[in-house]
Write a protein that binds this ligand. Structure first.
Ligand SMILES: Nc1ncnc2c1ncn2[C@@H]1O[C@H](COP(=O)(O)OP(=O)(O)OP(=O)(O)O)[C@@H](O)[C@H]1O
Ligand SMILES: [Mg+2]
Length: 347
């Protein structure tokens, strides 16, 4: 897998929001790659910049924000398209968004219009992307309905012939989630970005959706960026993992390395706080303190205020940059060898 060229390369991406206090960095010099047929898990506590990173890839950021730095390269059908440094409504972006890269958004209710049946909404995406040429109007209608039913069946809807005519509010949470996934797949994307697609679901449904996405990934030769704050879900679905904290990349590793050889104190803290690895509730150790405000970042490493391994005079003074410590394993921590800037440790 790693021998292939990446499908997607995000390089030094920074995204800012304008606020009364000035520009606030929601994402700060983040780099990662996504390879063909790979699931990249993105994990981190609330506010780490997971959603903003994915909204940047699709160029659907809120109006108050902008890409301040970096590049996003997407390789598709033999060409490379740069998505960060062009207008968000330019042809390259429009040719990719919702066509070659699609997204399952974090808020399930806002993704569907309440006024139309899910069949009509998914069918609209199919009609845009996947119809054979030369059909009459009535043939098109039949073909779209057939493809929509097939798609709903493929995401595990038990009675797609009936559910196709439901309105979003008539579906159960699990069925609505499946409909959302179907919507994301309607264009046969090369990359599916799934932002917390299981958070609202109970544990059984969560595993079903994860199994479903894993199966679709193999069947459709699609890559997935899977965003979650749940490391248990990451362990189930991801090949590689990007750990983010307050807009920075803390650690990137294969899923095996991440769980068996975690290097960043933040990654280790996340693992200790994770119910399925810690075993019972008594052995769960929550991460101390709270995530600082991005308006008022700590000096030095962003995690130092909560880090059990902080070296005073170093970690609270300089911000470590990410370095590759082994092939495919990147860490941003002085304890793992991030270079100490000139001037040393101040003490
Ligand atoms: N609409 C917005 N207006 C202003 N700032 C925003 C907005 N959306 C996000 N941000 C800023 O970007 C930071 C990162 O937010 P983001 O939504 O990407 O986090 P996340 O990792 O997806 O968190 P969560 O796990 O809660 O979904 C936030 O802390 C906030 O400072
Ligand atoms: Mg989010």
């Amino acid at each position: 897998m790693m021998d292939d060229l990446p499908l997607l390369e995000v390089v030094d991406l920074s995204v800012t929001f304008s606020s009364r206090e000035g520009e606030v960095f929601a994402v700060d010099k983040v780099s990662f790659s996504l390879f063909p047929n790979e699931v990249l898990g993105v994990v981190g506590e609330s506010g780490s910049g997971k959603s903003v990173t994915s909204l940047s890839i699709l160029r659907v950021l809120p109006a108050s924000s902008r890409i301040a730095n970096g590049s996003i390269f997407f390789r598709d059908e033999g060409r490379t398209i740069e998505l960060a440094n062009v207008d968000s409504e330019s042809e390259p972006v429009r040719s990719v968004r919702g066509r070659r890269i699609s997204m399952i958004f974090q808020e399930p209710m806002s993704a569907f219009s309440p006024l139309h049946t899910i069949g009509n909404q998914i069918g609209e995406a199919i009609a845009l992307h996947n119809l054979p040429p030369g059909l009459s109007r009535s043939q098109r209608k039949l073909e779209v309905r057939k493809q929509t039913i097939d798609l709903l069946a493929s995401v595990g809807m038990p009675t797609p012939e009936q559910l196709i005519d439901s309105y979003p509010h008539e579906l159960s949470g699990g069925m609505r989630q499946r409909a959302l996934i179907a919507m994301g797949l309607a264009c046969h994307p090369s990359i599916l970005i799934a932002d917390e697609p299981t958070t609202a679901l109970d544990v059984t449904l969560q595993s079903q959706v994860i199994a479903l996405l894993s199966r679709l990934r193999s069947e459709q030769e699609m890559s997935i960026i899977f965003i979650t704050h749940n490391l248990g879900v990451i362990a189930e679905i991801a090949d590689r993992v990007l750990v983010m904290y307050l807009g920075r990349e803390m650690e990137t590793a294969s899923v095996d390395d991440l769980f068996h050889n975690p290097k960043h104190p933040y990654t280790r803290a996340l693992i200790r706080s994770m119910p399925t690895i810690a075993g019972t509730l008594d052995t769960l150790i929550p991460i101390e303190g709270t995530v600082p405000s991005p308006n008022n970042l700590p000096t030095g490493c962003r995690f130092q205020t909560r880090c059990p391994e902080r070296v005073d005079g170093l970690c609270n003074v300089h911000e470590p940059v990410s370095i590759e410590i082994e092939p495919g394993h990147r860490v941003a921590c002085f304890l793992s060898g991030s270079p100490v800037p000139q001037g040393g440790t101040n003490d």
